[in-house]
Design a protein around this ligand. Structure first.
Ligand code: FAD
Length: 575
């Protein structure tokens, strides 16, 4: 049995350096500066993940005419009551304080109005304009300043190091570390910690068109699942309505931000119609993402899409000067693939964007089923229910990252180190290096491409039982093939090997998504079933839960603050 690894010991091990990971590190350190904290990122710390890609901004009820209660109602209406209401309440009630701290303690500058107050723009599904932003590249501002703060503290950083497996203690009772792989050298590290935070940011990259950063491949879901964590709401996959459609360019699938529709840009089909009038004549392009994405898809499927298979986003009604001034990042992105966003329509397609599902957590980010493990950000489920509102994603990672950091510091005062189960680590290492050891085998890239097609065709914007059965059968076949992939020899920067590990995670996340989608026999939020086109609160106001070695089960959503009767039923673009 192979057991070659370096050892690392720290109090708090943070996997992921997006908003959640960075804020957790800073909060844990500031509460207890003597803690030994390590931040591990598969990409570069401060350069990787989706928080840096955030364009539109961060929702927080700051204006005296707005309120936390209103933000809460919008979040539940958007999530169609599948949200864990305690998590959603923590999100909206702490978001304003996080924004103030990002400005006053971290050093971020957000756009301001002429009267000096923070400017807040319109996003879809909001009853008040509450999205705080820095132009249309808000994430760069947040992550760059957080990164500066990280380096002002004694916090260890491991760049380009991927977590491969969460490791239990010898008794199997708690998580006590993780097996890490340094991609540059191919060396393994067994990290042991009092507390481990999983904040790898999900990553729905198992679809033909997707928006997340390239290194995000659902590793967190896969590791959590293998370790015995409960996952909820995995069927809830958000498609952003306006992914750029640009042929084979790597920019295809990248998002054109929601603020464009918020400001009044139009969505047109190939016949030049503002098709949203058919689906939500009241809110039009400012309807929630699930609805707008599905409407675009239905237009394309009805043969009213462009020859390349998209629809059109037209910002020209806003005026060229307004677009250039307010959306310079988007203008530049479009120009890179030959479009002039100020002057006329740009071809767009719904793109897989954000997974509402994830590890089941409580408000302090504990995983009830796995002591020793905290989860925050996109790896966690329950905050957003069936559909996340634009602007609530970065708020989620910052609010719950901060909470996780405080929880971790408190836990370190009580928890001692436990010896990791080295047999488990050795098994994980053996499985990870298996593709390198094989002389012959299929390329993992072929499997990834096939998986993306299967998910796009059958587990995408509109689903049905035959398609989901077919997807699950294909995923099972791809899992068999993935168990025999080969990578060329040499562990240093071996991209084929890394891809093999990515594909393993993508397949697990895909299976969890398709299984939950088959289970939910109704349409709600981002999950639309052609064979069950209506929302059914009588049977399906439940979370679908999955865990290793168990068949999926359901648990009723606790309606402890608001019930569906308290809010008008939202529109639904029937599949
Ligand atoms: C293009 C785009 C635009 C967006 N715009 C907005 C917006 O305007 N407003 C909004 O609210 N939300 C937006 N979102 C969503 C938002 O970015 C996410 O909700 C949020 O940033 C997730 O934060 P996180 O900390 O969970 O993960 P991330 O910020 O994605 O960070 C994940 C980290 O984990 C690391 N990692 C991944 N796998 C591993 C592994 N195996 N081991 C170790 N490290 C690993 C990554 O390298 C990265 O450092 C946008 C998303 C995208 C893709």
């Amino acid at each position: 049995m192979s057991r070659e690894w370096e050892e690392l010991r720290c109090d708090v091990l943070i996997l992921g350096s997006g908003g959640a990971g960075l804020l957790a590190a800073l909060h844990a350190y500031d509460l207890e500066p003597r803690l030994d904290i390590t931040v591990v990122a598969k990409g570069l710390v401060g350069k990787s993940g989706c928080t840096r890609l955030v364009q539109g901004g961060f929702n927080a009820a700051l204006d005296p005419r707005d309120s936390v209660e209103r933000h809460f109602r919008d979040t539940l209406a958007g999530g169609q009551f599948l949200n864990n209401q305690d998590l959603a309440w923590a999100l909206v009630s702490e978001a304003p304080d996080v924004i103030r701290k990002l400005e006053t303690k971290v050093g971020c500058f957000f756009d301001r109005r002429e009267d000096g107050q923070i400017h807040q723009k319109a996003f879809a599904g909001q009853s008040f304009d509450r999205t705080v932003h820095r132009g249309d590249l808000t994430g760069i501002e947040i992550v760059s300043r957080l990164h500066d703060q990280l380096f002002a503290r004694r916090i260890r950083v491991l760049d380009e190091t991927r977590a491969v497996e969460l490791i239990h203690d010898r008794a199997g009772h708690r998580i006590t570390g993780a097996l890490l792989l340094q991609q540059q050298t191919g060396a393994f590290v067994l990290a042991r910690a009092r507390v481990v935070l999983l904040a790898t940011g999900g990553g729905p990259r198992m679809y033909t068109y997707s928006a997340p950063s390239l290194e995000k491949t659902g590793d967190g879901y896969a590791m959590a699942y293998r370790a015995g964590c409960d996952l909820i709401d995995m069927e809830m996959m958000q498609f952003h309505p306006t992914g750029l459609l640009a042929g084979a360019s790597r920019l295809s699938g990248m998002v054109l931000e929601e603020g464009l529709r918020g400001a009044g840009a139009w969505l047109l089909n190939a016949q030049g119609e503002r098709f949203m009038v058919r689906y939500d004549a009241l809110r039009m392009e400012r309807a929630t993402r699930d609805l707008v994405a599905r409407a675009s898809y239905l237009e394309i499927m009805a043969g009213r899409g462009t020859p390349a298979g998209g629809v059109l986003l037209d910002a020209s009604p806003l005026g060229a000067e307004f677009v250039a001034r307010n959306f310079p990042g988007m203008v530049k992105r479009c120009a890179e693939v030959g479009y002039d966003l100020c002057a006329g329509p740009v071809e767009v397609i719904p793109t897989a964007h954000f997974h509402m599902g994830g590890a089941r957590i409580d408000v302090d980010c504990h995983v009830p089923s796995l002591p020793g493990l905290l989860v925050a950000g996109e790896d966690a489920g329950g905050v957003h229910g069936a559909n996340r509102l634009g602007g609530n994603g970065v708020a989620d990672s910052c609010v719950f990252g901060s909470r996780a950091g405080r929880t971790a510091a408190r836990m370190c005062a009580e928890w001692s180190f436990a010896d990791p189960d080295e047999t488990e680590a050795a098994q994980a290492q053996r499985e990870a290096i298996a593709p390198l050891a094989r002389e012959r085998g299929e390329s993992p890239f072929q499997i990834r491409d096939r998986l993306q097609r299967v998910m796009w065709d059958h587990v995408g914007l509109v689903r049905d039982a035959p398609g989901l059965e077919r997807a699950l059968a294909e995923i099972a076949e791809l899992e068999d093939r993935a168990a025999h992939v080969a990578a060329p020899p040499g562990a240093r920067w071996n991209l084929t090997w890394q891809q093999a590990l990515d594909v393993r995670s993508l397949l697990t996340a895909a299976r969890l998504t398709a299984t939950a989608a088959r289970h939910r026999q109704e349409s709600r939020g981002s999950h639309a079933r052609r064979d069950f086109p209506d929302r059914d609160d009588t049977r399906w106001l439940v979370n679908i839960c999955q865990a290793r070695d168990r068949t999926p089960w359901t648990e009723p959503v606790r309606l402890n603050r608001l019930t569906p009767d308290d809010l008008p039923t939202p529109h639904a673009a029937r599949p």
